[in-house]
Design a protein around this ligand. Structure first.
Ligand code: G3H
Length: 535
């Protein structure tokens, strides 16, 4: 039934990329400089027919930069920060906001190009690609409003124990910003935008997939921000990020990716106490389905939770613990629902499952299934594990236990392990013993049962979802994790805190200081010390 879904397909005119996109400029120090060095080809996970052969479609190429450009980008970001005395970190809040507004206005005009590249580069469906773009625009507007709110609440002078003070949040310095391939636009901007608005300067390296989609935005960065505030690096992490970290001049490492990458980078910094970390890392979020759960609801949330964007979300449900009293009924409904998911190319109507962008991913998923099968699990859905090039139809594995790789490793793809349990202590212990601590989903119709689960679990993870899949949004809620899942909190409000530090100007209450403070406030000569109220 699913065979041949990717073959003999006409690419709709509106989405076709007829000529490869050559990204022949790079943004540094406010200039779009021509690049004449080596290039890296960017290919799609989507195969096309070429001279009678099936090949990954060539989308374009980007600069393959070296240590030299990386260190130059760092120098420019440092110069723009200028030890906190640069134009950007000392600019009035309203002026920084104007730059962000200018950026977002230009960005909005690039929607179709960026959405198309999201589909081609990472295989995200048309609907989800549009959602990613629109959610990012909304995030920028919400961040601006939140920043105004923070600024308004600090626009006053306090007097406590005979000391006047004005307390604000100030920037930290130079931020090295790296996003993930599954949300190459949204998650990267959820780091970059709050970092910038707080007055930091940035070196930004696009994700390992979802690189070309930054091309339409380079001009917007150049137009909207003063020179050196945003510098964009293309190249391999080992070549461009390593030398930057070794200098010790990076003040914030902002990365959404793996703990291995984060650890490797942070240990390069010679003065780690000076390095602020803002990290979103792996997760292995479980669902726990109790005997009294509404099974239709549980199944529909678990399918969404485990298989949206082919399971390539850090918040995806990656282990399903189902009570043995209902596991057979759950499995039957789950298989039926997964069978209804349509596989295809990202722009197809109603498509839910799409090609996977990571090289070697299909082989990796296959190896997880083979390992589980050798240890006693079965693929319980007929088409489970069906492969075609970069496409992998979800494999539902049952019964799964601790000794299988799928139980331990973050699959980040369409393999769904179902673990039967008898005693509720089993899944609770599994969460406690796990290296990860992001979220959990609980399914039950009984508030007393839920109460007994909520209390032990809130101290193991950072979000307990009731009869709902795990997810990051709404973006105003804190997005955070314990153990190896995160460092620092992100949300519209929390990200502004993560990328800044509380700083105050204080003065003992005496006639001289009173006069000075009054004069400073009247003449508005300081950008920091003022009671300006931004509307
Ligand atoms: O990959 C991790 C993302 O932050 C998940 O976000 O729950 O909105 O898909 P989401």
């Amino acid at each position: 039934m699913k065979k041949q879904i990717f073959r003999d397909q006409q690419i709709p005119e509106a989405f076709d990329i007829k000529t490869p996109i050559v990204q022949s400029h790079y943004l540094i120090d406010g200039e779009l400089r021509p690049w004449t060095g080596k290039m890296t080809q960017i290919v799609s996970p989507i195969f096309v027919e070429e001279n009678g052969k099936r090949v990954k479609k060539l989308l374009g190429s980007v600069p393959d930069m070296s240590e030299k450009e990386a260190l130059e980008a760092l120098e420019k970001a440092k110069a723009a920060y200028n030890l906190g005395r640069g134009l950007w970190p000392t600019m009035q809040v309203k002026d920084r906001i104007d730059c962000l507004l200018k950026f977002v206005e230009i960005m909005k005009t690039k929607r179709e190009e960026v959405v198309n590249l999201l589909m081609w580069e990472i295989g995200k469906t048309l609907g989800d690609s549009r959602k990613e773009f629109d959610r990012t625009i909304q995030y920028i507007y919400d961040t601006i409003e939140e920043y105004k709110e923070i600024d308004r609440s600090s626009a006053r002078i306090l007097l406590t124990e005979g000391v006047y003070a004005q307390i604000r949040r100030g920037p930290l310095g130079v931020v090295l910003c790296m996003g993930p391939y599954n949300y190459p636009l949204n998650e990267t901007f959820c780091l970059l935008i709050p970092a910038l608005i707080m007055g930091n300067t940035a070196i930004f390296k696009p994700a390992k997939h979802g690189i070309l989609l930054m091309s339409p935005l380079l001009e917007a960065f150049k137009e909207a921000f003063p020179k050196g505030v945003v510098n964009i690096l293309y190249g391999r992490g080992r070549v461009v990020s390593t030398p930057i970290m070794k200098t010790g001049d990076v003040d914030v490492l902002a990365l959404i990716g793996t703990s291995t990458a984060a650890n490797a980078l942070q240990t390069l910094h010679p003065k780690q106490n000076r390095l602020r970390l803002v990290l979103g890392l792996e997760a292995k979020n479980p669902a726990i389905v109790m005997p009294d759960a509404d099974l239709d609801l549980a199944v529909s949330e678990c399918v969404l939770g485990s298989l949206s964007f082919n399971g390539q979300r850090c918040t995806a449900l990656k282990l399903l613990f189902v009570h043995e009293a209902v596991v057979d009924a759950f499995n039957k409904k789950f298989v039926e629902k997964v069978n209804q998911l349509k596989g295809g190319l990202p722009w197809e109507e109603g498509v839910a499952l799409t090609p996977l962008p990571e090289p070697g991913k299909v082989e990796y998923l296959r190896s997880l299934v083979t390992d589980a099968e050798a240890k006693g699990a079965k693929v319980i859905n007929e088409d489970g594990g069906w492969e075609d090039e970069t496409f992998y139809f979800p494999a539902i594995l049952y019964p799964v236990h601790k000794d299988m790789k799928i139980y331990q490793e973050e699959q980040f793809g369409p393999v769904v392990p179902i673990i039967p349990f008898k005693d509720i202590e089993e899944p609770i212990n599994a969460v406690s013993e796990s290296n990860y601590g992001q979220q959990v989903s609980l399914f039950s119709t009984n508030s007393e049962i839920l109460a007994q689960l909520i209390d032990p679990l809130v101290n193991q993870v950072c979000r307990v979802n009731i009869n709902s899949q795990c997810q990051r949004g709404p973006d105003v809620y804190p997005f955070v994790g314990r153990k190896d899942s995160a460092v620092s909190t992100l949300s519209v409000n929390d990200a502004l805190r993560s990328f800044s530090i509380r700083t105050l100007v204080a003065a003992k209450d005496n006639p001289l200081n009173k006069e000075i403070l009054n004069e400073l406030l009247d003449k508005q000569t300081s950008n920091f010390l003022n009671t300006h109220y931004i509307l």
